[in-house]
Design a protein around this ligand. Structure first.
Ligand SMILES: Nc1nc2c(c(=O)[nH]1)N[C@H]1C(S)=C(S)[C@@H](COP(=O)(O)OP(=O)(O)OC[C@H]3O[C@@H](n4cnc5c(=O)[nH]c(N)nc54)[C@H](O)[C@@H]3O)O[C@H]1N2
Ligand SMILES: Nc1nc2c(c(=O)[nH]1)N[C@H]1C(S)=C(S)[C@@H](COP(=O)(O)OP(=O)(O)OC[C@H]3O[C@@H](n4cnc5c(=O)[nH]c(N)nc54)[C@H](O)[C@@H]3O)O[C@H]1N2
Ligand code: SF4
Ligand SMILES: [Mo]
Length: 876
């Protein structure tokens, strides 16, 4: 069953929380457009949001429950899960079980999971991947404000005169918010943007100043700023009446060495001049701050500067932590972390605990916080957790020290995984696999970075036997004997209960109060428009803290003394490089969804390592060769991308590749599981590694109409419009290339055309059905140089001869790697337009090729290509 008409829903990717209009296309899919009326995006979507229609098919879906790999019925699976959890608790106590959940769950799912673990199982062992993401911001907020509250709104980005982006690659990770910023700056060119990031990213495209500080040195930077704020008399004395801890914070700031930032004194001065001289300043921060062993301190170092100047909670100013996942914020509200209760209530506050217990009518409540993610998997490893339920996250890929985490999960007595995808690194480790509904099928709410709650609405009936996460949890709760407390018939009923609880929280002083929504009923829920919290009789929406009232016991904000710390993973002669990790423009996390889209897979098709030219030269790493990266925890093999975007001694690798897509590309195998002592958030951006050439005897590139799993020493697969492509490399030479290729593609009998030059180590083999290309393999001793987009495009076509040449024949241009995903415009087309046709602006490129005219996510790259390839003026 597919709904008809246009449905208003919300994008399931990043925390911008864009409104989406989805319309059934009559062919089983959906046409996707931005919702012009949604206040997060006003109609815009980025490349990932625009491609949502390509990821809603049944491919790869988990469609039935499975027990030990064998298809099973729901009753059997649910009975087993409930029985094993009940038995484990009976034998070993409530703390012998755990849930590991996700900021991609809907609020209703999250609420039910939290109620089951904290209110009924009676343990606080529920933690979430937000521990890897937002925990330091949460802890920093609570220390400074007494509550986990984001003070500002997105419109502050537009109203500011200075926006400082710290450890945030906004252009790629919050693209629509970035576009709002670009639009504001275009309208008001006096507005300034500063990017603080050790690496030069696409976001630097609009930066007036880029501070490529030393990795992890942000606290030194903001301490230097605080000392300057005071030295230059920029303190807001009136606001300081609402702040405690100023003197101690200042002493620490003055004691800290600005030299630790690694910045030129002139740059540091320019930054202080701008920040201090501009009242309307928003300091935006993300994983470059949070994912650090001293992330909470860094958050407070930033907030300190805003508190000292009173620049908080007023239009165009404030610290602004942008959330990563679509419902990272909702998870924080609902108490998804092991140390919180629902509605911003505190687990270790007896009055809060009693209130929640009373409201839930719960038999048992934990009195102490549960295990945080890293500790939780350590407890799994040590056998202290004997039953684990992982929901909507892929920890075998995304946790630090991922090989060890995978081994811990493998060794656990009983593992349940709820996912919508059948084969992931984590689902492979489950005893019981439960099929969850996906974005197109789910109904519920999410909260974005500015505290705006929006509805996600189902576009069609669940795939196969998939069920909603909240429903699966409630069914297990019922089987454990708590049916009455989990008897909702719809997400609207779950939401109503949650809204009512928030009213109780409101009476206890919590800022998270949405009790106006408690009585809206199913129709109200169905029609719910995006709204900001709080939404209570006493207060609706708006900014926080401009009035100087905070949620601490004395009502004052707290400034914290911060002593900058170096990253915990120590560099040494054996591990001399600092490995920074993060995201690429068109992929989402562990690729289970964006990896299904050929368009999104065409931008960056394999795992890579950005390394400075001097380091590459010194280590003998050739551009486009392969590097072996080793840390005390593990190893990876990555494509070498030589670039001065990173500094000498620093390397960067994306986090996206997995055992399913590139087994040696799992960067978390390299990351140590050191955490921030306050927040428990791991240091995902500062591993210590060694880099060396990977001694491949051969390199290969393969394309095929059907999926294949190469199983060679290095491989990375990606979706194409016509099937699949793969990069390959091996440490040993196969006996015979044709035999190897037949096995690779499972084409034992297909006709083969080949050019094989054994002496030079070159082979080109195409398998055909008549003239139609089924698959092709290209091998050479060096990284294979051919037009990948072109070769991939010939699969399924009558082009057997042409494919062997690896180059486009006359009349077929080679477009090169995709830059504009929306209109599939390749880098060669763009360079040709710039250099050959003298197209010298992004808008002109848009007119000539349409590139950059839909979602706009590629515009920073277009501008960079223009800068590199525009003919010098003298040649005009
Ligand atoms: N395309 C895409 N967008 C996404 C996601 C995705 O997977 N793909 N995921 C979403 C999620 S869950 C999240 S949490 C957000 C993350 O959004 P971001 O935090 O913007 O993304 P990252 O690439 O993880 O890291 C941001 C930057 O931190 C920098 N950095 C590293 N170390 C330091 C340091 O010591 N100091 C400073 N100042 N900077 C440093 C890195 O070089 C990097 O450019 O993105 C969300 N949006
Ligand atoms: N080195 C390094 N590691 C990192 C990071 C980094 O920057 N560097 N970033 C960290 C951060 S910020 C984050 S947020 C994490 C993200 O890491 P993960 O949460 O592990 O990554 P995802 O791929 O988003 O995993 C979501 C899983 O849920 C499934 N899924 C999707 N929708 C649903 C649903 O509705 N229900 C259910 N049950 N399943 C569903 C997907 O198929 C997928 O398997 O990675 C962290 N790890
Ligand atoms: S910016 Fe892109 S990924 Fe983020 S919510 Fe909007 S459309 Fe989705
Ligand atoms: Mo995240």
């Amino acid at each position: 069953m597919t709904m008809t008409g246009t449905i208003r829903t919300t994008c399931p990717y990043c925390g911008v929380g864009c409104g989406v209009l989805a319309t059934a296309d009559g062919r089983g899919g959906f046409d996707i457009a931005g919702d012009p009326d949604h206040p997060a995006n006003f109609g815009r979507l980025c490349s990932k949001g625009s491609a949502l229609g390509e990821t809603t098919g049944l491919e790869g879906r988990l469609l039935t429950p499975r027990i030990n790999g064998v298809q099973a019925g729901w009753d059997q699976a649910l009975d087993l899960v409930a029985g094993r959890f009940r038995q484990t608790i009976a034998e070993h106590g409530p703390d012998s079980v755990a849930f590991y959940v996700s900021g991609q769950l809907l609020t209703e799912d999250y609420y039910v999971a939290n109620k089951l673990m904290k209110g009924f199982i009676g343990s606080a062992n529920i933690d979430t991947n937000s521990r890897l993401c937002m925990a330091s911001s949460v802890a920093g907020h609570k220390r400074a404000f007494g509550s986990d509250t984001v003070p500002g709104l997105y419109e502050d980005f537009e109203q500011a005169d200075l926006v400082v982006l710290v450890g945030s690659n906004l252009a790629w990770c919050h693209p629509v918010l970035y576009q709002r910023l670009v639009a504001a700056k275009t309208l008001r060119p006096a507005m300034k943007v500063v990017v603080v990031d050790p690496r030069r990213t696409a976001t630097c495209d609009i930066a007036d100043l880029h501070l490529a500080l030393a990795p992890g040195a942000d606290a030194a930077l903001f301490n230097a700023l605080l000392a300057q704020i005071v030295a230059r008399g920029a303190v807001d004395r009136r606001f300081l009446a609402h702040v405690s801890g100023f003197a101690e914070a200042l002493v620490a700031a003055q004691a800290s060495d600005p030299g630790a930032t690694g910045l030129a004194p002139a740059d540091l001065r320019a930054f202080c001049d701008l920040w201090i001289g501009t009242e309307k300043v928003v300091t935006v921060y993300s994983q470059g701050i949070n994912q650090s062993a001293s992330g909470t301190d860094k958050v407070n170092a930033i907030i300190n500067c805003h508190l000292a100047t009173g620049r908080i909670g007023r239009p165009g100013m404030g610290p602004f932590s942008v959330t990563g996942q679509p419902n990272a914020m909702g998870g924080r509200e609902v108490g998804g972390l092991a140390n919180m209760l629902a509605c911003h209530l505190e687990l270790d506050n007896p009055a809060h605990r009693d209130a929640v217990q009373g409201f839930w009518g719960s038999p048992a409540m934990p009195t102490a916080p549960g295990l945080k993610a890293v500790d939780m998997f350590r407890a799994v490893e040590e056998g202290r957790i004997k039953a684990l339920w992982i929901i909507c996250t892929n920890p075998a890929v995304s946790m630090p020290d991922a090989d060890r985490v995978a081994a811990a999960i493998r060794g656990c007595d009983f593992v349940v995984v709820s996912d919508m995808i059948a084969e992931t690194d984590t689902t492979r480790l489950a005893h019981v696999l439960l099929p969850a509904t996906g974005w197109a099928e789910k109904d519920g709410t999410v909260t974005n970075s500015e505290r705006r709650i929006s509805r996600q609405r189902a576009l069609r009936a669940p795939a196969g036997q998939a069920r909603h996460d909240w429903r699966i949890l409630a069914d297990v709760a019922a089987r454990m004997g708590w049916g009455a407390a989990f008897a909702w018939a719809s997400p609207a009923e779950v939401f109503a209960e949650y809204a009512a609880l928030s009213g109780v929280a409101g009476t206890l002083g919590s800022d998270f109060d949405i009790s106006n929504r408690a009585e809206q009923g199913a129709d109200g829920y169905a029609a719910m428009q995006p709204f900001l919290w709080p939404d209570a009789p006493a207060r609706q929406g708006g900014r926080f803290f401009g009035d100087g009232r905070f949620h601490t016991p004395d009502g004052k904000a707290r400034m914290l003394p911060v002593t900058p710390q170096a990253p915990k993973a120590a560099l040494s002669p054996d591990y001399p490089f600092r490995l920074n990790t993060g995201r690429v423009r068109d992929h989402w996390h562990t690729l289970t969804r964006t990896g299904l889209s050929p368009r999104l897979s065409a931008h960056l098709a394999e795992p890579f390592l950005e390394i400075h030219p001097d380091d590459a030269m010194r280590l003998g790493l050739a551009p486009a060769g392969l590097a072996e990266v080793t840390s005390p925890q593990g190893r990876a093999v990555l494509r070498v991308l030589v670039t001065d975007r990173v500094k000498p001694g620093e390397v960067f690798a994306p986090m996206h590749w997995t055992g399913e897509t590139a087994p040696t590309g799992r960067v978390d195998a390299l990351v140590a599981s050191v955490v921030d002592p306050v927040s428990g958030q791991p240091e995902s951006k500062a591993a210590a590694v060694r880099v060396a050439p990977f001694a491949a005897r051969w390199h290969g590139f393969a394309v095929s109409a059907s999926a294949f799993r190469p199983e060679v020493d290095f491989w990375a697969v990606a979706r194409t419009q016509q099937g699949m492509r793969a990069e390959l490399a091996g440490l040993t030479m196969p006996e015979d290339w044709e035999t190897m290729a037949r096995m690779l593609f499972t084409l034992p009998d297909a006709t083969a055309l080949h050019v094989i030059d054994r002496a030079r180590g070159i082979a080109r083999i195409a398998f055909c059905d008549g003239a139609r290309v089924l698959a092709a393999l290209f091998v050479s001793p060096e990284p294979v140089a051919l037009s990948r987009a072109h070769v991939a495009g010939l699969v399924g076509q009558d082009s057997a001869r042409e494919v062997l040449s690896g180059r486009p024949g006359a009349g077929r241009p080679d477009n090169g790697a995709t830059v504009c995903a929306c209109f599939d415009v390749g880098v060669n087309q763009i360079i040709h337009a710039i250099a050959g046709q003298h197209v010298t602006s992004v808008d002109a490129l848009g007119k000539a090729l349409r590139a950059g005219t839909n979602c706009g996510s590629c515009r920073p790259e277009l501008r960079a290509l223009i800068a590199r390839h525009a003919p010098p003026l003298a040649a005009e």
